[in-house]
Design a protein around this ligand. Structure first.
Ligand code: B12
Length: 221
């Protein structure tokens, strides 16, 4: 059944995708699970682009449809845990690494985190290592989220983490990397502490890092 939504997204069928999302939400499916189905759909868009059957304009179209999906699902993201006091909210610095302008995934993660009570400093896209480091010092954040989508930008992520180590920041900053090419090998290669390449486990990982216990309503589990 989930494949219907994945395929509608992959085929860039905007009306059908949005109708299916509304249907799923009405039937109580988790917002994060719906985002994950749509992410799998645009993964297929990427494959078709790579194979030559889709063009750059189709990548742009997939982003536009995803943005419309987000407008529908955002209000249903998991909300702040009672245990999070806003003054004590975990602080996160987040950005897309230098050379890479993909930010849809990063922005989704930021929506999820903010809805869940995190304070997130968003540095945007194409962010040089030095900018990440300045922001960590300025905000006192102990979690650094780095988005990397292009394979050739994995190297700059490694350089960023090497720089954090050289400057003695790595001991108290947890680094989590995310994006479609990220897996355990990329995590180990770059020296990151955690990785995440889907919508469903993002909050779980951040809560684990920051020691937040969250009891979600059953439809959000
Ligand atoms: C939409 C899209 C675009 C849009 C981006 C719009 C935007 N504002 O982001 C546009 C059209 C601008 C674009 C441009 C390009 N793109 Co593009 N794009 C895509 C596409 C189809 C979808 C990406 C996406 O948004 N996915 C949906 C989100 C929700 O998924 P996600 O990014 O994986 O994020 C999730 C998780 O990974 C995780 N996550 C993401 N970030 C983070 C960060 C943290 C900290 C954490 C914890 C988790 C996390 O949570 C998210 C939610 O689930 C992908 C295909 C793919 N396989 O990803 C190609 C793809 C990434 N693009 C590709 C390419 C080649 C390009 C271009 C170079 C094309 C060109 N010739 O110009 C340019 C890049 C320019 C640049 N310098 O960056 C290739 C990259 C190949 C590679 N791996 O190196 C891909 C894989 C397509 C392909 N198969 O060839 N692209």
């Amino acid at each position: 059944m989930s494949d219907v939504l994945i395929n509608a997204m992959a085929n860039l069928e905007e009306e059908k995708t949005l109708a299916l999302v509304r249907e799923r939400m009405q039937s109580g499916e988790s917002a994060l699970e719906i985002v994950e189905q749509c992410r799998k759909g645009v993964e297929l868009v990427g494959k078709r682009y790579h194979q030559g059957s889709y063009f750059l304009s189709d990548l742009v179209m997939s982003e536009a449809i995803f943005q419309e999906v987000m407008k529908l699902v955002e209000p249903c993201f998991p909300v702040a845990a009672d245990s999070i006091d806003q003054d004590q909210a975990p602080r996160v610095v987040m950005g897309t690494i230098e050379g890479d302008i993909h930010d849809l995934g990063k922005n989704i993660v930021i929506y999820i985190l903010r809805a869940a009570g995190y304070q997130v400093c968003d540095l945007g896209v194409d962010v040089p290592a030095e900018r990440f480091i300045t922001a960590l010092k300025e905000t006192g954040a102990t979690i650094l989220g780095v988005c990397v989508v292009l394979n050739f930008c994995i190297e700059p992520v490694k350089r960023l983490i090497d720089l954090l180590r050289e400057q003695g920041l790595k001991n108290y900053v947890h680094v989590i990397i995310g994006g479609s090419p990220v897996d355990v090998f990329v995590k180990d290669y770059t020296g990151a502490d955690y990785y995440c390449n889907n919508a469903v486990t993002v909050l779980e990982i951040f809560d684990q890092i920051s020691g937040v216990t969250r009891i979600l309503p059953s439809h959000q589990r």
